[in-house]
Unconditional design. Structure first.
Lengths: 254, 136
């Protein structure tokens, strides 16, 4: 594992790729894609709402869960997975917050309300709180091993809400519409205009690239912090030893 | 040591159970987020003057704007419910669309004070000819 204070070449390229694809998404979303027959221009919020939800729920929390499971499994247990899980969850919470915010604005425009307690919105709010709780659990003081193990268990448990959020629009009556794409029954015939679908797809790709870039940076920072903490510990131990040595020497001479 | 660990597990289980209870209690409400117009009519006696959400399609040609109020007919599974709504309907409100209303039965009609416009999962371009259609 090599970590330096500067990002590596591949990460820089990743950054440029995500910037370019985000810019392209903006052009597609704001200029090229058509307004919706019912929603008009507000349909353009779709190209932010769905990619941020995808990034947060499936990618970020998915990676957090996978990394946590790998930490819990003895054969793959390492500090690397714990730090990855934490870094990914932070990005997930940020983007789930954005999903809720953009969804709320979109809801005000199309439904007429900022918020309503239907199953999709309720389960998503619960998911947000669960992962905030996970980030809090990560900070509860304990030995690094206990901290990591405890967090990993919470992360795996919190992920149980993701399939519930996903299925909420099918299991219960909701104001939120069911899935347009990613639904097995409509997989080959999504009820969405071509240019809109392509914009959405590009948005999902762009936000996935952005996630990878953010994760690389957040992980590197976490790794450096971790090393710094170890270093502080070593220095403190050395200082203690030196002090002890000095006082012994003082006792001998006196 | 064993005791602390056991206690931690117990605390975890209790927290999870409480959370699960809250979620399903909340969702119990959310499962009944709305009653369709025909269900509401069938449950008319039990519902009484209670506040609830009703869902259905706005019947074409039934919308009348009178001062501050709007009257229209709501339909679901060929059961119709006359609606009197207080206040301005939302911007996207129009005949033919599915809506969810908040309010209560009052005599022979449903007195609504909030209209939520339902959106379907289909996205259709306003001017399809403006962009060459490509199937994904």
């Amino acid at each position: 594992m090599t970590t330096t204070t500067r990002s590596s070449r591949p990460v820089q390229i990743l950054g440029w790729l995500s910037a370019i694809s985000l810019a392209l998404t903006a052009v597609m979303a704001l200029v090229i894609s058509p307004p919706d027959v019912n929603m008009g221009d507000s349909v353009r919020l779709l190209y932010l709402h769905v990619p941020t939800a995808w990034l947060a729920m499936y990618v970020s929390f998915g990676v957090t869960t996978l990394a946590s499971a790998l930490y819990l499994w003895k054969r793959t247990r390492s500090r690397f997975w714990d730090l990855t899980a934490g870094a990914s969850a932070e990005i997930g919470v940020l983007f789930l917050g954005l999903t809720l915010l953009i969804g709320s604005i979109w809801g005000r425009i199309t439904w007429g309300v900022w918020w309503t307690w239907d199953a999709r919105l309720t389960t998503t709010a619960v998911l947000f709180v669960l992962y905030l709780g996970y980030l809090a659990v990560r900070k509860v003081p304990a030995s690094p091993e206990v901290q990591a193990r405890r967090s990993a268990i919470v992360a795996v448990a919190a992920f149980l809400d993701v399939p519930i959020v996903h299925q909420s629009v099918e299991w219960w009556r909701t104001l939120h519409q069911p899935a347009t794409i990613g639904d097995e029954r409509r997989l080959l015939d999504p009820q969405i205009h071509g240019a809109m679908a392509w914009t959405l797809l590009l948005g999902v790709v762009a936000f996935t690239l952005l996630y990878c870039w953010l994760l690389a940076h957040r992980f590197r920072l976490a790794w450096l912090e971790d090393r710094l903490a170890d270093r502080h510990l070593e220095v403190a131990i050395e200082e203690r030893r030196a002090e002890a040595g000095l006082s012994e020497a003082a006792e001998v001479t006196s | 040591m064993i005791d602390t660990r056991r206690r931690l597990w117990l605390a975890g289980v209790i927290v999870l159970a409480a959370l699960g209870f809250l979620v399903f209690q909340g969702l119990g409400n959310a499962t009944l987020y709305f009653r369709t117009a025909d269900e509401a009519v069938a449950q008319r006696a039990q519902l009484g003057e209670r506040r609830f959400r009703i869902e259905g399609d706005v019947v074409d040609g039934s919308v009348r704007q009178t001062g501050n109020d709007v009257t229209f007919t709501l339909t679901a599974n060929s059961v119709e419910v006359p609606v009197m709504h207080k206040g301005d309907p939302p911007e996207l409100f129009r005949p033919g669309i599915p809506v969810v209303l908040e309010g209560r039965f009052q005599g022979d009609h449903f007195a609504s004070d909030r209209i939520l416009v339902k959106h379907s999962e289909t996205y259709v371009a306003k001017n399809p000819e403006r962009v060459t259609t490509t199937q994904p």
